[in-house]
Design a protein around this ligand. Structure first.
Ligand SMILES: O=C1O[C@H](COP(=O)(O)O)[C@@H](O)[C@H](O)[C@H]1O
Length: 243
């Protein structure tokens, strides 16, 4: 694993740096394999990045967009991660509809929705039994409780190792989420973390000893590149790991 932590002066610089890295990875993937697979995060932090990507001239027919987690709401809900990404990015570019792979949220049982998405990923990536998809780019955020994707502290989803997608639990509300092995299979993982409210959790995520189940972002140890992009408000006073 190649791990790099950068503390940027402010949110604008964080967005610019994440844009550079994301575009470089997308171009590399297209050159190497003829297409790019990217998984999106939700929340508010990545929205300006999505807006910036929308302004790029990319071979959109070669870009396939997935989600790493989704709230269990209708796609037109203000809480939907899909809706945010469509409004900020996907609705503004000429990407074929079949290249957009949202997490389903209409099954009566969220476990069925998780299975549907897992089946879709297995087909798309032509996976054999027991294999996990290697996304070219996996964009992640981190909540002030240390959660990432929809892997919340001390929830059952953290222990799911034999599934690509599972059901997360945010205060009793279901979410759909990549599992830790799926996250850790990505070729390039980019965390975007902004705001002083993330400082305390970040300190625990970067501590040499802390409880992984209390700070789930600690589980993210991908086989490929790992970038932590922090703005100064989030990264202030952080003891950074030795490189
Ligand atoms: O609920 C969620 O929150 C996290 C963090 O969001 P942020 O706005 O604080 O960056 C996000 O990564 C995740 O995808 C989302 O569902």
């Amino acid at each position: 694993m190649h791990k790099k932590v950068e503390v940027l002066p402010d949110l604008a610089a964080l967005v610019q740096r994440s844009l550079e890295l994301t575009l470089a990875q997308m171009h590399n993937a297209i050159q190497a394999r003829g297409l790019c697979t990217i998984a999106l995060s939700g929340g508010s932090t990545p929205k300006p990045l999505y807006e910036a990507i929308a302004a790029q001239a990319l071979p959109w027919e070669k870009v396939h967009v997935f989600w790493g987690d989704e709230r269990y709401v209708s796609p037109d809900s203000p809480d939907s991660n899909q809706r945010m990404a469509r409004q900020a990015w996907l609705d503004k570019v000429e990407i074929p509809a079949e290249n957009i792979h949202p997490m389903p949220t209409s099954a009566a049982d969220p476990a069925d929705a998780a299975l549907q998405y897992e089946t879709h990923l297995k087909e798309f990536f032509q996976l054999k039994s027991g294999e996990f998809p290697a996304l070219d780019v996996n964009l992640l955020g981190m909540g002030d409780d240390g959660h990432t994707a929809s892997l919340f502290p001390h929830t059952a989803a953290l222990q799911v190792c034999d599934r690509i997608v599972t059901v997360g639990n945010k205060d009793g509300q279901p979410r759909i989420t990549f599992t830790i092995p799926t996250i850790n299979q990505a070729r390039c993982t980019i965390f975007l973390v902004s705001g002083a409210n993330k400082q305390a959790a970040l300190a625990q995520v970067f501590a040499s000893v802390a409880d992984d189940y209390t700070y789930p972002a600690r589980f993210v140890q991908p086989q490929g590149e790992l970038w932590w992009l922090l703005d100064r408000a989030a990264g202030q006073g952080l003891q950074l790991p030795e490189e």
